[in-house]
Design a protein around this ligand. Structure first.
Ligand code: UD1
Length: 368
């Protein structure tokens, strides 16, 4: 049997890498890699393939940019044509991006079963495009590979059959553990973040790392300005470094927002260069989904600048704090975390670096 793995946007690539490694190690299933091209800048896509050791995609659709409907429709059209020429036995989608949704719908209408990796997560917030993508994808999928107990509960509540639900742990944690190991043996002096990090740490200093790209936080200039004000106050205590997503850079430029001298802005970073930076941070402030989990995996304090999270285990058992976007709350939470000692090193069940192997074992068992 042959699986087609779908990768489209930056947060997909670190989930695909361990699945590819596990398929190679297992050797029983054939597979091909489909890149939808949702993300297309070199530093949003190609650098991840190179660094994470993902083979070049077998097919590339170039479906980046455009509105949600345009982007989703273009991916659907391209994927429909692709599977008409080269029909897989199953399609594997990861996460919650538009590529995940588009390829799931097309595969199911063609009668091809779908495996959803990172299934069952729910923020309860229908204003998030990802929540819609998650719900639609899960309503159609045949295998649910779940990262945390809340995902199992959500799928049961939605009436999904028990036999389809597999709590396997998290491929993103497989990846961060693998890469952190490699990083420990790497020469980091060539990384764009290395000099910045040394400057931030001058005289034993602590620092924080920021990422922001949620439309609700960054599309509206007033919302972004409010968060930026809080970040400037936090930066008076510890310097911050902020790799800026293209979506966020657009609003910063349009609104002419100045973050001041204590917040170091940089381009989006390759995986290793970014890991090198955040793994030693005193605090990470983010609205990312994946970074909430990666910080928990490595025990780095994280403040999530959102009103909800679809990844509650990171708060219950990890290092994450759900702070919201009220400026005073952000500043208070940062001071609290910076004043506290090291967070307890606890890891959620099955976040052990072996999730991809469990996924491949289940799929091979069902397909062979
Ligand atoms: C997408 C995902 C989001 C994920 C995020 C991580 C959806 C609905 N959203 O959001 O879940 O957290 O990726 O980055 O799928 N752009 C570039 N270069 C690129 C990629 C994008 O300039 O390589 C521009 C696009 O043209 C667009 C904007 O950035 O104007 C947003 O890109 P898009 O893919 O629509 O969504 P993201 O905000 O990246």
């Amino acid at each position: 049997p042959c699986l087609h793995l779908i990768a489209g946007a930056r947060p997909n690539f670190m989930k695909i890498a361990p699945i590819v490694r596990a398929l190679q190690a297992d050797g029983r299933l054939r597979w091909k890699l489909v890149h939808t091209g949702q993300h297309y800048d070199r530093n949003m896509s190609d650098v991840f393939f190179e660094e994470l050791g993902i083979p070049a995609p077998d097919v590339h659709f170039n479906c980046g940019g455009g509105s949600h409907a345009v982007q989703t429709a273009r991916i659907m059209e391209a994927f429909e044509q692709h599977i008409a020429n080269d029909r897989p036995d199953a399609v594997v989608v990861v996460g919650d991006v538009n590529s995940t949704l588009a390829c799931t719908i097309v595969a199911k209408k063609a009668g091809i079963p779908v495996a959803h990796v990172e299934a069952g997560l729910r923020s309860g917030d229908m204003a998030m495009p990802e929540e819609i993508n998650r719900i639609v994808t899960d309503s159609l999928s045949d295998w649910f590979f779940v990262t945390e107990p809340s995902g199992v509960d959500n799928l049961r509540r939605e009436g999904q059959a028990e036999a389809k639900i597999h709590h396997v742990g998290h491929v993103m944690v497989d990846n961060v553990m693998y890469q952190a190991e490699l990083l420990g043996r790497s020469d980091t002096t060539g990384f764009p973040t290395d000099a910045v990090k040394r400057e931030l740490q001058a005289n034993g200093g602590r620092y924080g790392v920021v990422t922001l790209h949620r439309p609700s936080n960054v599309d509206d200039a007033a919302n972004l300005a409010a968060i930026a004000g809080a970040l400037k106050t936090v930066a008076a205590d510890v310097p911050l470094v902020f790799p800026v997503h293209p979506r966020t850079r657009g609003t910063l430029q349009k609104a002419g927002l100045d973050l001041g001298p204590r917040i170091h802005l940089m381009d989006p970073q390759p995986y290793m260069s970014f890991l090198h930076l955040w793994k030693d941070a005193a605090v990470v402030l983010t609205d990312s989904g994946g970074l909430q989990e990666e910080t928990t995996a490595l025990g780095v304090p994280c403040l999530t600048l959102r009103e909800n999270t679809e990844r509650p285990i990171t708060i219950e058992e990890g290092t994450n704090h759900l702070v919201g976007t009220d400026p005073a709350a952000i500043v208070a939470a940062a001071r609290q975390v910076l004043g506290a000692g090291a967070p307890p090193a606890r890891k959620p069940a099955l976040w052990d670096g072996q999730a991809a192997g469990r996924i491949v074992a289940v799929m091979a068992g069902d397909l062979l």
